[in-house]
Ligand binder design. Structure first.
Ligand SMILES: NC(=O)c1ccc[n+]([C@@H]2O[C@H](COP(=O)([O-])OP(=O)(O)OC[C@H]3O[C@@H](n4cnc5c(N)ncnc54)[C@H](OP(=O)(O)O)[C@@H]3O)[C@@H](O)[C@H]2O)c1
Length: 433
């Protein structure tokens, strides 16, 4: 075994950074057995050196000055686990210019600047790995880029945000409201004080942009992802889902048909027997469909200190194996295809639609006529009196597949129909036909 150590610098020593230090400390023997060198954390960048940290970290040298890591020639690899976008991008660029390999857990950074940074790493003959940026402890990036590299991937469907999955699980199981469950998720540390990125689907959209770029070898930016979060999901919607045999999840879907791509994140109804319908609480799962392999599914913790740190340190092992073989910086490939995105006329889906209608003769016929005029038919339909409303009734239905453009026109027409008080909610349905 080579005696030399590898010195690494940590940018950040929070939840993930502490996990990285812990994995390196506790798994040192098996790590150095694989790579022939001992891993030493030379220094860690923090915002506030005086902050109270776990006592076992007291041997670690801390700095508030990034230059102490970026400009230290003895540091060969930098682990970025501080978060943020612009300041962090500059640090990562500087580290690459100093010919340091970079490992990051930062999906915000990779979704915004991934292609430029990967290209830069390639030019510098450095590795830039980002396994932990999507689905924490599930090795989905390496699965797509290596394990399934021989296949043509056509669809990725995933629950890639643990916070919203936790919230929807609790709302569905216990008939609780969004606000109530959000508060609980914040108290348990599953949701941030500002939950916007999670509940509005932005975090999941960034992860889907990263996964679809890799899976389809086509550049997909966050702006290319159609996003809808879970704020408007009500306990009534969830109760009807259950009644009709569905489970609601915040689902990311990336699909490629005849060269055209669609990437979206939205609350989606899945039949109860669908594998993703049975992924509960804060867990993540990703279904990957390839032309040759068919369907494969990957399940596990999407976040958390040690699961995420495992992905980060595994990336470090990959960097070190590449160093042994002197092949760093070659994993990046320029995209093979330009991205062409489907229009709403070309995207087909089933829909769940919930309507408040006036409870009088002719209403049902008026509604069904409008559906017929738009050539949209139903798979399931319920009509019920609306609680505490003598004048109104509720119609809940699931359509057969139709184009998104037609459904949008239909929803506008329904809102204008005199028999309809309002379209109370609508969601896409996956995995039904
Ligand atoms: N937490 C997870 O489960 C998870 C899962 C997957 C990916 N990630 C990603 O991993 C990254 C880190 O997340 P985290 O949860 O570990 O964050 P965190 O607990 O907030 O830790 C951030 C660390 O970075 C330091 N830091 C932040 N801004 C800094 C700055 N401007 N200058 C110097 N130091 C700075 C902080 O210093 P102080 O300690 O002094 O405050 C802290 O040590 C993020 O990109 C996140 O999206 C996290």
């Amino acid at each position: 075994m080579e005696e030399r150590e590898i010195q690494v610098g940590l940018l950040g020593l929070g939840t993930v950074g502490t996990g990285v230090a812990s994995i390196i400390k506790h798994h040192q023997e098996t790590l150095s057995h694989q790579i022939g060198r001992k891993i030493v954390i030379k220094r860690a960048l923090v915002k506030d050196k005086k902050k109270v940290r776990e006592s076992w970290l007291s041997n670690l040298e801390l700095t508030e000055n990034a230059n102490d890591i970026i400009e230290d020639p003895s540091i060969e690899a930098v682990i970025e686990v501080m978060g943020g976008i612009e300041e962090t991008r500059l640090l990562v660029e500087r580290a690459l210019k100093e010919k340091k390999h970079v490992i990051t857990a930062n999906k915000d950074l990779m979704a915004e600047h991934g292609s430029t940074l990967l290209q830069m790493a390639n030019e510098q003959k450095c590795d830039l790995f980002y396994e932990a940026s999507v689905a924490g402890g599930i090795p989905i990036i390496r699965t797509i880029s290596e394990g399934l590299s021989a296949d043509k991937l056509t669809k990725i469907m995933g629950i890639v945000n643990g916070t919203t999955n936790y919230m929807l699980t609790k709302m569905s199981a216990n008939n609780r409201t969004f606000d109530d469950v959000l508060l609980e998720a914040q108290e348990l540390g599953y949701a941030e004080a500002d939950p916007t990125a999670d509940v509005d689907g932005i975090d999941a959209a960034r992860k889907m942009a990263i996964l679809s770029s890799l899976a389809f070898s086509s550049p997909v930016q966050i702006e290319d992802v159609s996003v809808k979060g879970i704020r408007q999901v009500s306990d009534v919607d969830l109760a009807f889902c259950q009644q009709l045999g569905y489970t609601m999840k915040l689902i990311g879907v990336a699909q490629k048909d005849e060269g055209q791509i669609e990437v979206r994140v939205e609350p989606t109804l899945l039949p109860n027997a669908h594998p993703l319908a049975n992924v509960h609480n804060e867990f993540n799962a990703v279904l990957v469909h390839g032309e040759a392999v068919g369907e494969t599914m990957f399940y596990g913790p999407g976040a958390g200190s040690l699961p995420t740190a495992t992905a980060v340190v595994s990336d470090l092992v990959a960097v070190m194996k590449n160093m042994q073989r002197r092949v760093n910086g070659y994993s990046y490939q320029t995209p093979l295809f330009q991205s062409t995105f489907k229009t709403e006329d070309e995207i087909q889906s089933q829909y769940f639609i919930r309507l408040h209608v006036y409870d009088r003769a002719g209403t049902f016929a008026a509604v069904t006529n409008l559906f017929a005029q738009h050539d949209v038919s139903f798979e399931k339909l319920l009509q019920l009196p609306l609680e505490n409303q003598t004048e109104l009734a509720e119609i809940v239905l699931v359509t057969h597949s139709s184009s998104v453009a037609i459904i949008k026109k239909l929803l506008i027409a329904l809102n204008q129909l005199s028999a309809v008080d309002k379209v109370a909610s609508y969601y896409r349905v996956e995995g039904g036909e």
